[in-house]
Design a protein around this ligand. Structure first.
Ligand SMILES: [Zn+2]
Length: 492
């Protein structure tokens, strides 16, 4: 049995419909007409790192420990060492089957398991892969993290062309039961080139068609193909600045230590908050959507003053504030003064642009809940609200178009004998138990999801046993660490 999973980061059904209108991704379009489909509800927050980690583990962030790209409490980029639960490519290897995993967020440093071929992701400090001899046979430079942030669409297209060929070669030459690849290009395009994507710009269609070629190859080789996204994407008309709200409530101590480039790509309305503006704010607003002019102004300023155009901005001080939102992507508030929890919860629940406000243990369960912000909120996405960044602005609400994540992702499952059907809404946690069932492997003992019944009924294994993957995985991690330390000692 071979299951291929192609992750389309940030894809929604509405976006796909738009792309099909522009004749993009014909293979995917055809596959979907014969697939079981549904909406995949993202994690809270609907962000790439927690969502893909929940998809790949089958558990909520309280169990796997990933709530954001950063470890919010310590304000550093997360790594695989912060992921406290085995992911499906590791589970498959732990049970003696074979997997290939490419660009799953937070794979660096790689947990080395026999049977699991891994190429690290765009969040890695550098390209890493396992097993070591992989580079001998394949050119892997196209997977380097710095290539995930190309300077232009044409650079992205050039790299993806090489990547597509490498992926298809890997898919054909290495034996696998699970093939898992996350295509991050889509998320990048939606953030940066939304208007161009909506209008079916030729180069974007060409990029999507390279991903489509990978999907087509997967359909040729695999017994079942999953198309999955970690969250959707949407155009929003307003940003909600939670730190500004907290400041107004008298809970924030300002810190101006952080500097930003004055002509940085702020969210609309954000520029009002800048202090020590060296340029008139009206000029600021006017120049925001003129990238070429903006970079010219920056360069001219630097040429004459030999300094970057910077401004001091008001941020909440994480130590001295009673409460603060730690990152744009956290959808949460940390409390330094716990006595204020009830008051803040009540006041946030009164905000008309927030849909729901929870205490963290109402959203997350598991041993790592204490890493999450104390209060978690969900904005009224469908009324056009999305959280602003952490920098405070005079007003809480800023108007102006922003393109950002939405909780409704996609899931589609194609296999020869499955009849097309609509599944309604499924959870991120359901993907891993479903794939394990298809591969004839036991489900994890403490999974938060369930095999999707419409699929699982076709893959009735005699045993419905569960297995403690975590325990076995933790043992391998210890061995890995021991070996690494041993090598270090020998080298010393
Ligand atoms: Zn994403």
């Amino acid at each position: 049995m071979k299951v291929a999973v192609i992750g389309l980061d940030g894809m929604s059904w509405a976006l796909l419909a738009k792309f099909f209108e522009h004749d993009a991704m014909p293979f995917l379009n055809n596959l979907l007409q014969n697939a079981i489909t549904g909406v995949l509800e993202s994690t809270i927050p609907p962000m790439t790192a927690p969502a893909w980690t929940s998809i790949a583990t089958g558990v909520n962030p309280g169990k796997h420990g990933i709530f954001d790209f950063v470890v919010l409490k310590h304000n550093r980029i997360a790594s695989s060492l912060d992921v406290h639960y085995p992911r499906i490519h590791e589970m498959v290897a732990l049970k003696g089957k074979k997997s290939i995993c490419i660009n799953q967020p937070l794979t660096y440093p790689i947990t080395k398991l026999e049977g699991a071929t891994v190429i690290s992701d765009w969040l890695s400090p550098k390209l890493a892969y396992y097993p070591k001899d992989l580079e001998k046979h394949y050119s892997l430079r196209c997977f380097a993290p710095k290539r995930s942030f190309p300077s232009s669409l044409s650079a992205m297209q050039r790299n993806l062309q090489v990547k597509k060929n490498a992926v298809i070669t890997l898919m054909n030459r290495i034996d696998w039961n699970l093939f898992w690849i996350i295509c991050g290009e889509t998320d990048f395009i939606f953030h940066k080139y939304w208007i161009e994507a909506m209008s079916g710009k030729r180069r974007i269609v060409d990029i999507l068609n390279l991903i489509d070629a990978i999907i087509n190859e997967a359909r040729e080789i695999a017994d079942a193909v999953f198309i999955v996204s970690d969250h959707g994407f949407k155009r929003y008309e307003s940003t909600v600045n939670i730190n500004s709200f907290l400041r107004r409530a008298g809970l924030v101590r300002e810190s101006s230590r952080r500097k930003v480039t004055e002509l940085h790509d702020f969210l609309p309305g954000d520029t009002q908050g800048i202090r020590e503006v060296k340029l008139p704010s009206r000029f600021h607003r006017w120049i925001q959507d003129k990238p070429l002019l903006k970079s010219t102004v920056k360069r001219i300023y630097k040429f004459f003053s030999r300094r970057d155009l910077t401004a001091e901005c008001p941020y909440p001080d994480p130590e001295l504030s009673d409460a603060y939102m730690p990152s744009h992507s956290s959808f949460g508030v940390f409390l330094n003064n716990k006595d204020l929890a009830k008051r803040i919860l009540d006041e946030m629940r009164d905000l008309e642009y927030l849909d729901t406000v929870w205490k963290r243990d109402e959203v997350y369960q598991g041993p790592h809940v204490d890493l999450a912000p104390h209060i978690i909120f969900k904005p009224k996405f469908d009324a056009g609200y999305i959280p602003a960044g952490t920098r405070m602005t005079p007003s809480i609400i800023s108007r102006g178009a922003v393109f950002d994540h939405h909780p409704a992702g996609i899931v589609a499952i194609y296999a020869n004998h499955l009849t097309p059907k609509n599944l309604g809404i499924k959870k991120t946690f359901d993907i891993t138990p479903t794939i394990l069932r298809m591969l004839g492997l036991p489900r994890p003992i403490d999974s938060d999801g369930h095999p999707i019944p419409e699929i699982a009924s076709h893959y009735n294994t005699k045993s419905h046993k569960s297995f403690d993957y975590s325990q076995k995985w933790a043992l391998f991690q210890k061995i890995n660490l021991f070996k690494k330390n041993l090598v270090k000692k020998v080298e010393e």
